[in-house]
Design a binder for this molecule. Structure first.
Ligand SMILES: NC(=O)c1ccc[n+]([C@@H]2O[C@H](COP(=O)([O-])OP(=O)(O)OC[C@H]3O[C@@H](n4cnc5c(N)ncnc54)[C@H](OP(=O)(O)O)[C@@H]3O)[C@@H](O)[C@H]2O)c1
Length: 288
């Protein structure tokens, strides 16, 4: 058994992936913009992930922009048949690193073609529509038009499955009237749990829940409770944060991000941790 599938698998539409994957956003320069300081190091992390059994990589062509996808294809193409690359569209970058919503049919079509070209693929396994309005949390505005635009690209054979990112329950329901939704990617971690109800609804429907910022984002979540439990179980605090997510619900797929091969292996090893009930009870009190 590889490091990446000790905690089992879940499906993303027709694709089955290990519950611990890898989020590639951190591989660019600072602010998810420009090239990495250590290009060889970034390529090495991607290769180490796949060598350790990771078969789910999360990316976007607006990371860099283009750079994360180009790193993925340089490191890993030709891809293993078992690898599922999930990308996201719905935003573009300004020349100085800003990010703005780009969700017209023309912009989404161009974004899908950018992803195909930079990832060197003929079809994208999963494309998430990233809803930008309202920031985080989202404001729940209409998403019918962009989801319909992606569904048209799906019908053309350019996309296998569609997911959503940064959405509310009503936006999920709105999208499902247009096309099946295989995953939802919202901010969620041991301290940020305002989406508990939506996570449970996704579990009920068999939709994967793929929390972004599973470790809290650029500054990993810290608390003395995490450290105490980690010390007791002989684990690292971030492993406890990931193990809590794995135990929270069977439909959770993890995509922790790192530039470090050592952290990558530490994160994958979290799949073997079993948190006892008394530790879960303490961790359950950490929600903000
Ligand atoms: N849909 C969206 O809007 C959205 C938004 C943000 C992110 N995402 C996706 O979600 C993925 C995960 O998010 P993220 O990478 O921003 O945040 P994250 O996984 O919550 O945290 C990454 C941070 O944690 C550190 N870290 C990772 N493993 C660690 C370990 N074992 N011990 C200590 N520190 C550790 C990393 O630093 P080191 O590099 O030093 O390890 C990095 O600073 C992204 O890669 C991206 O694919 C999606």
């Amino acid at each position: 058994m590889t490091n990446s599938n000790r905690s089992g698998t879940f499906s993303l539409g027709s694709r089955t992936v290990n519950r611990i994957g890898y989020g590639a956003m951190q591989l660019t320069g600072p602010g998810v913009f420009g090239p990495p300081a250590d290009r060889q190091g970034a390529l090495a992390v991607l290769r180490a992930a796949v060598d350790a059994g990771v078969n789910h990589i999360d990316t976007s062509d607006f990371y860099g922009p283009h750079i994360t996808n180009q790193l993925i294809s340089e490191a890993l193409y030709p891809y293993r048949d078992t690898l599922t690359i999930v990308t996201k569209v719905g935003a573009l970058r300004t020349g100085d690193g800003g990010i703005y919503a780009a969700c017209s049919a023309a912009q989404l079509t161009a974004a899908v073609h950018d992803n195909l070209r930079n990832l060197r693929l003929d079809v994208l396994d999963v494309v998430n529509f990233r809803y930008m309005a309202g920031g985080i949390p989202p404001d729940g505005g209409a998403i019918e038009a962009p989801v319909a635009a992606l569904a048209a690209l799906q019908q053309q054979g350019l996309i296998r499955h569609i997911g959503l990112s940064n959405v509310t329950a009503s936006q999920l329901a709105e999208a499902q009237k247009i096309t099946p939704i295989v995953c939802v990617q919202n901010r969620y971690n041991i301290v940020q749990r305002h989406d508990d109800a939506l996570l449970d609804e996704c579990a009920r429907q068999g939709i994967a829940w793929v929390p972004f910022f599973p470790l809290g984002g650029f500054t990993p979540v810290q608390s003395s409770a995490l450290q105490q439990i980690a010390g007791r179980l002989g684990a690292a605090p971030m492993q406890i944060a990931l193990a809590w997510l794995l135990q929270r619900s069977a439909n959770i797929l993890l995509i922790p991000g790192t530039r470090s091969v050592a952290h990558l292996h530490e994160n994958l090893a979290a799949g073997a941790l079993i948190l006892p009930a008394d530790a879960i009870a303490v961790l359950d009190q950490l929600a903000l």
